[in-house]
Design a protein around this ligand. Sequence first.
Ligand code: OGA
Ligand code: MN
Length: 282
Amino acid sequence: MQIKKLTKNLAAAMTGVDLSKPISAELKNTLRETIAAHRILVVKNQTLDSDAQEAFSECFGELLHPVTRRPDGIRLPQTHEITNAAKEGGISNDQYLGATAFWHTDGAYFPVPPLYTTLYAVKLPPSGGGDTEFVDMRAAYDALPQAQKQALDGLQVVHSHAEKNLVSGARAGTMDEVRDAPPVIHPMIRTIEGTEQRALYLGMYAVRILGMPDEEARKLLAELHEHSIQPEFRYTHVWEPGDLMMWDNRSLMHRAVGNFDMDREVRTLRRTVVKNLESAMA
Ligand code: OGA
Ligand code: MN
């Protein structure tokens, strides 16, 4: 097995492992440690069907059941595909897919921020593109002036699945989605469980700040957002067949980059999101 850093501060690639078979305790530990160190891990050359990806993901904790309904009202299963392929054939860039194009962190609308996401390349656009971009929210926090860190400390942010359209312009939440995911509150600056590391926790679900007038809150959220997405904090993943990505959701934001011919070419990724049991039990 080999692990190679992809940039100075963010992302590593692992080769020489097979995640389609049950993994050893040692490999599981190495995966955890690699993600703790590099936050984003790309495991190369994997062949994973849905069951295998689910079994692998479950090694790290319970999986979250996404709240987003498909356009036909059906709730996505725990292991699900993000795709622009229409069920009846052809292509359909439904709005819920569009939402992944906005910077976010997965499941910020759950009471406990999820730990990991796994994404597997099922089908990549033949002409290339369809990248996934990440920003380092720990580095973004660290780069804030000391006085601003102090001013932001203690602020509580409302994250809402249904109201993300305020930020992203995606469709409004459906009744089912609103019922399943009422707004939750997270500190604007989170300490990563079991560490001293602090990170900004924002993204498209962050819609209000407790005790702050809406206009002022939106301005501050937008300012911090612009600060966080600066190129120096980014890693862009150019997918290759066989890639399985896994990342720490608590200290990153990510988005799908629309740099492919999405009206003609199919892009399908398969996804799971792992609960953060450590802090759920704390
Ligand atoms: C997601 C997501 C990014 C992408 O599935 O949660 O953000 O590149 N996907 O599709
Ligand atoms: Mn996502």
